[in-house]
Design a protein. Structure first.
Ligand SMILES: Cc1cc2nc3c(=O)[nH]c(=O)nc-3n(C[C@H](O)[C@H](O)[C@H](O)COP(=O)(O)O)c2cc1C
Length: 307
């Protein structure tokens, strides 16, 4: 049994779904409830329901995915209504919040105070809403918004971060997260504005933004590992890290925990393989831990060796 915790909330094992793929409707959330996922993350929500961007807006690519969904979701009130219906699965429920303005975010987070959700993941990093920059790339705005949000939330609240690439940026953001006492960080969101070309058709593969979209899957795993590692060096040890990006096997999970994560999320692999991936990846992870003689997540967490 490889139990773990995120911001004090206990999980049966460290593997669950990432915000976004196949988690927008009650039917999809029910599938997650019945699956081996250790928690249920609900689709990032906005104040009002959104249709999202024009299709095609998601494509499988050989080692991952490209998407520009544009936050299609049912609006926050629906996810608040779904939460009690998902309680019967006895696993933590995570609301993902992605309001389009500070006012929207404050309204949603205030309303979640009275909802039966266990954790809130505040999305600072959607790369695909046309005309909206990713807040996580603006340190001043991130600091300001987080200060206001942490002030009103009564739930353990963490942030979903975009990938960072420069040590100075990691340091700036980590100082803000430490100062605002966020409870956990989830990294990384898709690498924004990647371009994939179909050479046969001499064409882009998704419609929105002339083909530019968020990259997920194996392509992003080294970047995701680097973000988990760097934040584990820079954040207060009380802030848990949830790793996401390119996880498709038990070995991948092991690597993220070595880098410093306490739990991991699965996005593209869940999209491609559907809910069976949680059972398979959990089994592979359990087997690897047993083979290496490790009994708890703490035996491994953060113990990455350097040369
Ligand atoms: C179809 C799709 C929709 C996504 N929607 C969201 C979203 O609503 N909120 C969010 O925080 N991340 C969203 N993401 C990003 C994923 O949660 C994840 O951070 C990213 O895809 C990297 O993980 P992966 O390599 O396992 O896919 C989405 C990803 C995909 C593929």
């Amino acid at each position: 049994m490889l139990k773990t915790t995120v911001a004090g909330i206990e999980l049966e094992h460290p593997i669950f779904n990432a915000a976004g793929p196949l988690d927008a409707t009650l039917e999809e959330l029910t599938v997650l409830g019945e699956s081996h996922a250790a928690a249920i993350t609900m689709k990032s929500c906005t104040l009002e329901a959104r249709e999202g961007n024009p299709e095609p807006r998601y494509q499988d690519i050989p080692h991952g995915s490209l998407n520009s969904m544009g936050l299609p979701n049912l609006g926050y009130k629906k996810y608040i209504a779904f939460a009690p219906l998902l309680k019967k699965y006895n696993k933590p429920i995570i609301a993902s919040v992605s309001g389009l303005s500070l006012e929207d975010n404050l309204t949603i987070i205030q309303a979640l105070n009275d909802a039966p959700v266990d954790l809130i993941e505040f999305n600072l990093s959607c790369p695909n809403v046309i005309g909206k920059p990713q807040m996580g790339y603006d340190p001043e705005q991130t600091d300001d918004v987080l200060g206001k949000i942490m002030h009103i939330t009564k739930k353990p609240l963490g942030v979903k971060l975009p990938p960072y690439f420069d040590f100075v940026h990691f340091e700036q953001i980590a100082a803000i997260l430490n100062r605002n006492n966020v409870r956990f960080v989830t990294c990384i969101n898709a690498i924004g504005n990647a371009l994939v070309i179909d050479p046969e058709k001499e064409q882009v593969i998704i419609r929105p933004k002339n083909g530019f979209g968020g990259l997920g899957g194996a392509y992003v795993k080294p970047t995701a590992l680097a973000n988990v590692r760097k934040f584990s060096e820079l954040l207060n040890p009380t802030i848990d890290i949830v790793g996401v990006g390119g996880i498709s096997s038990g070995t991948d999970v092991f690597e993220f925990i070595l880098a410093g994560a306490t739990a991991v999320q699965i996005g593209t692999t869940f999209m491609k393989e559907k809910h069976g991936c949680f059972e398979r990846i959990e089994r592979e992870f359990n087997e690897l831990m047993a083979k290496k003689g490790y009994e708890t997540i703490e035996d491994v967490k953060g113990n990455l060796k350097t040369l």
